[in-house]
Design a binder for this molecule. Structure first.
Ligand SMILES: Cc1cc2nc3c(=O)[nH]c(=O)nc-3n(C[C@H](O)[C@H](O)[C@H](O)COP(=O)(O)OP(=O)(O)OC[C@H]3O[C@@H](n4cnc5c(N)ncnc54)[C@H](O)[C@@H]3O)c2cc1C
Length: 376
């Protein structure tokens, strides 16, 4: 499947024109998601044997990066969907994957909880029952696409087995699910990330993804690489966009009394250069990580942990430089740069947060396990 042409068309005709109003009104980008579904892009990473595009991380990171150049909220929705698909592929859920392949199913991750907060590896929500019906009780603190998704990849403590976590497929609309108030965040304002509470949510035992008690292994081995690389790709898309927008503003804006453009100020050019260097540096790290994963290099897992932490910091720095280079003009909405600035703040607080990833990288370098008993 070639995804580039349909992607370019949807970005140009639907995602980009809606981006400003999605942000301003904090509205879920429904039209964009429908257009992406219609173009086969929600099915891109579903195995071809199940009717999907059969694409892997290189194509998915490219899609998220391009969406992010236009609209951070849309990129975020697709990023969480692809991460959820990775869990379904690892658990070989042909039934749902075939639905996703038709483009009629949007999924997302429901990991973070009000109790263990960003420590998604330690859910406090429970799964109980000993027959065919299981009851889930949890207070999820943030679920992207909460009121628009068709399913959640839902974490809980194990049903009966030892271990920190079990994963479930929970269909939205299941009685007992209650979706919290509309998202009113600093950035990514259209991503519909709301709390979701599950009270005695009855799911069949077949909702179990993988093996009871082995949900953390599934999350770390199958979902985390997708989430981290896609997150980095979203940051790179944001950096590319804001660097281009800054160059445009500097070039066309004039200091009339001096008969010069802002681009003729050496400090402004240096800020722009730093933005571009930071963007290219992060993109090179993402490319290196993708290549290491593909070739099975020894440092692949370490790079996977590094890349989101690197991209989070770079995106915040680049957006900050854009605000400085463009001055008061960037402080107003019409340039779109303050939207990039606000959006750039999200990646650092998305779990694993930047401090958690720095700890993971340090642990890996010291030969320590990523998590120890105290963390769980
Ligand atoms: C736009 C957006 C969309 C999201 N979508 C989803 C989603 O779809 N699904 C989902 O499951 N979650 C989602 N989240 C939640 C996200 O993954 C985090 O769980 C959440 O942002 C954590 O916020 P908190 O206030 O609970 O952080 P806290 O856990 O309270 O952390 C507060 C601060 O303490 C730091 N900290 C915490 N523990 C440590 C430690 N051990 N060492 C050092 N520093 C530490 C953190 O890095 C952070 O800076 C989303 C978040 C955002 C912003």
């Amino acid at each position: 499947m070639t995804y580039q042409d349909p992607l370019e068309r949807v970005v140009k005709e639907v995602v980009l024109p809606a981006a400003e109003s999605v942000d301003r009104s904090a509205t879920f980008p429904r039209e964009a998601v429908n257009a992406l579904a219609g173009a086969g892009l929600l099915a891109l990473t579903v195995p071809s044997g199940y009717g999907g595009g059969g694409a892997g991380l290189p194509a998915a990171t490219d899609v998220v990066q391009q969406l992010s150049t236009a609209c951070g909220s849309t990129a975020m929705v697709v990023m969480m969907h692809y991460s959820a698909v990775a869990a379904l592929v690892a658990a070989d859920r042909e039934d749902v994957l075939r639905e996703i392949a038709t483009g009629r199913h949007l999924s997302t991750l429901a990991f973070s909880e009000t109790g263990s907060r960003s420590h998604f590896w330690a859910p406090l929500g429970t799964a109980t029952g000993d027959g065919t019906e299981i009851r889930l009780n949890s207070r999820k603190s943030w679920v992207t696409s909460a009121s628009h998704a068709d399913s959640y990849i839902w974490s809980s403590r194990p049903l009966a087995a030892p271990g920190p976590m079990t994963l479930w497929l929970v269909r939205t609309g299941t009685p007992g699910l209650s979706i919290g108030p509309e998202f009113d965040g600093l950035g990514l304002r259209g991503n519909d990330s709301r709390p979701v509470t599950g009270t005695d949510v009855e799911v069949p035992r077949t909702a179990l993804l993988g093996v009871d008690g082995a949900g953390l292994d599934l999350a770390l081995s199958a979902v985390l690489p997708w989430f981290l690389l896609l997150n980095a790709a979203a940051s790179i898309g944001l950096m590319r966009a804001v660097t281009g927008e800054t160059a445009e503003h500097l070039t066309r804006t004039r200091l009339r009394h001096l008969d010069r453009s802002l681009a003729q100020l050496p400090d402004s050019r240096a800020q722009l250069a730093r933005m571009r260097i930071e963007t290219d540096r992060t993109a090179a790290l993402l490319d290196r990580t993708l290549a290491a994963l593909q070739k099975g290099h020894d440092d692949a897992q370490l790079l996977v942990l590094e890349v989101k932490a690197a991209a989070d910091g770079s995106a915040a720095e680049v957006a900050d430089l854009a605000m400085t280079a463009c001055g008061g003009a960037a402080f107003r909405r019409e340039l779109g740069i303050e939207r990039r600035f606000r959006d750039s703040r999200a990646a650092r607080v998305m779990a694993p947060t930047t401090p958690a990833l720095l700890d993971f990288v340090g642990r890996a370098l010291c030969g320590l396990p990523l998590l120890d008993g105290a963390d769980g």
